[in-house]
Design a protein around this ligand. Sequence first.
Ligand SMILES: [Zn+2]
Length: 50
Amino acid sequence: MPYFNAMSIEASLEAVEAEAHREGFRHCPRCGYELPDNLVICWKCGAVLK
Ligand SMILES: [Zn+2]
């Protein structure tokens, strides 16, 4: 079923895209660790997030 397969690939690409631009997450400016947007201090390195 070629049509079905094409749809699956498109869905996978969208999932990758969503993973790369996740809402509600940011990267620590010091260590680059991915953290929830509402965090004040990086739980990995202790950097203050502004
Ligand atoms: Zn950090």
